[in-house]
Design a protein around this ligand. Structure first.
Ligand code: SF4
Ligand code: SF4
Length: 328
C-alpha cells in the first residue's frame, strides 16, 4: 500500500490555476482551465458532441427548461446515452432490484475507463439500436419503460437527474476550497430548452433530489477530478497509479460487499487506525463504508491525511525506509 503513496499535490500546480477574467495576459492558462472543465463534464455524461454554453451558473442563476411527457423529444435522451454510474447510483439501483451490486454490475453495466483520469468506472449498458442489431449500445436504456418514460425514476442515476446541466469543480491556486458551478448543455435532440419554465439552478437541483446524493459520491468525484488534473499535467511526478490501486478504486466505487470483505478479512484494520464503533457501523452501513474506502484511497493515491496508520505500523515503515537508505 505504501508503495503507491505519492506526495505530489496537483492542486498547487501552476497550470491548474483558473485565472480571473480581468487578469490580463493569461489567455493560455484560461484555455487550459476551460479544458479541465470540459473534461469534468465529459465524466458526468458523454454528450455526443452537444454544445456546452460557456457560462458559469451559480445557485441563484436562472435558466429556461422543461421536460414532460408532451415534449416532441420524449425519451430521446434515454437512447444511446453515455452514462457513468456513481457509487450511489449502483447502491440504490441494486437495492431497487433486490440484487447484490456485483449482480447489478454484471446485468446492467459495462466496464469502462474514464479516460480523463485513467480510472475504471461502470457505465450503464444501453441496448442495441433497431437499425444496427447486435450490441452497438445505441439503443434504449435498459430501464426505459416505453411511453411511461424512466422505469426507475425514483432511483434514476445522478447523470439523468443533472441533465441538461453539467457540473464542474475547479480549485484555483492558493484557494482553500474548490469552486463548483454548473453550466448548460444544449444537445440538438433536446427540445426542453425552448420551453418556458424559468427556474434557478438550486430550484432545479432540489426538484431533481440531487442534494441527497452528495455525501456518498463526493470522494469518488474528488478522486476522478484530481486524477484528471494530474493527467493534464502529464501524470503524478511522471508516475502511473498502480494497477492494483485502480482495481481497488473500482471495488470501492461499485461493490461495497466486496470492499467490506477486504476491510474485515485482510490486515486493513491492523494497519489503519479506525475507531471500533465505526468498524461496527461499516459492517452494515454501505454508504459509510464507501466513504471510508475513498478516504483510504485518497491517502494511498495522494498521501492525503484522510486516514491514519497505526503508530506501530508507521514506526515499522519508517525503520524499514531508513534501513533501505542505509541509515542507522
Ligand atoms: S435511467 Fe431512466 S432517465 Fe436515465 S437514461 Fe435510463 S430510462 Fe432514461
Ligand atoms: S431530450 Fe430533453 S426534453 Fe426531451 S425527454 Fe430528454 S431531457 Fe426531456
Amino acid at each position: 500500500m505504501s508503495g503507491d503513496n505519492q506526495s505530489f499535490d496537483p492542486d498547487s500546480a501552476d497550470g491548474l490555476a483558473y485565472p480571473e477574467q480581468e487578469n490580463p495576459g493569461r489567455e493560455a492558462k484560461a484555455r487550459r482551465g476551460a479544458d479541465t472543465e470540459m473534461d469534468i463534464f465529459d465524466g458526468i455524461r458523454g454528450a455526443g458532441g452537444g454544445p456546452v454554453e460557456p457560462v458559469r451558473l451559480g445557485p441563484e442563476d436562472l435558466f429556461c427548461f422543461s421536460c414532460h411527457r408532451d415534449v416532441p423529444c420524449w425519451n430521446a435522451c434515454c437512447r444511446g446515452a453515455d452514462i457513468t454510474l456513481t457509487p450511489g447510483d449502483i447502491l440504490r439501483l441494486s437495492t431497487h432490484f433486490g440484487i447484490a451490486p456485483a449482480e447489478f454490475l454484471e446485468r446492467h453495466t459495462v466496464p469502462a475507463i474514464w479516460e480523463q483520469a485513467d480510472l475504471p468506472v461502470a457505465k450503464l449498458r444501453m441496448g442495441a439500436s433497431l437499425e444496427e442489431g447486435g450490441g452497438d449500445g445505441k439503443g434504449d436504456c435498459p430501464f426505459l419503460a416505453g411511453d411511461e418514460g424512466c422505469g426507475v425514476y425514483a432511483e434514476r442515476p445522478v447523470t439523468c437527474r443533472y441533465y441538461p446541466l453539467g457540473l464542474a469543480s475547479v480549485k484555483m491556486k492558493g484557494d482553500e476550497e474548490k469552486n463548483s458551478f454548473h453550466f448548460l448543455v444544449k444537445e440538438d435532440h433536446c427540445k426542453g430548452h425552448g420551453l418556458d419554465k424559468l427556474q434557478s439552478i438550486s430550484q432545479y437541483r432540489d426538484e431533481q433530489g440531487l442534494k441527497n446524493y452528495d455525501k456518498i459520491n463526493q470522494g469518488w468525484i474528488d478522486i476522478l477530478m484530481k486524477m484528471a488534473s494530474w493527467k493534464t499535467l502529464g501524470g503524478p511526478q511522471g508516475k502511473e497509479i498502480a494497477a492494483q490501486t485502480k482495481q481497488m478504486f473500482f471495488l470501492v466505487s461499485t461493490n461495497p460487499p466486496g470492499f467490506r470483505q477486504f476491510v474485515l478479512e485482510t490486515k486493513f484494520l491492523d494497519t489503519y487506525s479506525v475507531d471500533p464503533e465505526f468498524v461496527e457501523r461499516i459492517k452494515t452501513d454501505d454508504e459509510l463504508l464507501t466513504c471510508l474506502g475513498f478516504d483510504w484511497l485518497k491517502n494511498v493515491m495522494f498521501n492525503e491525511p484522510t486516514i491514519a496508520m497505526k503508530e506501530a505500523v508507521l514506526q515499522e515503515a519508517v525503520a524499514k525506509a531508513r534501513g533501505d537508505l542505509g541509515a542507522s
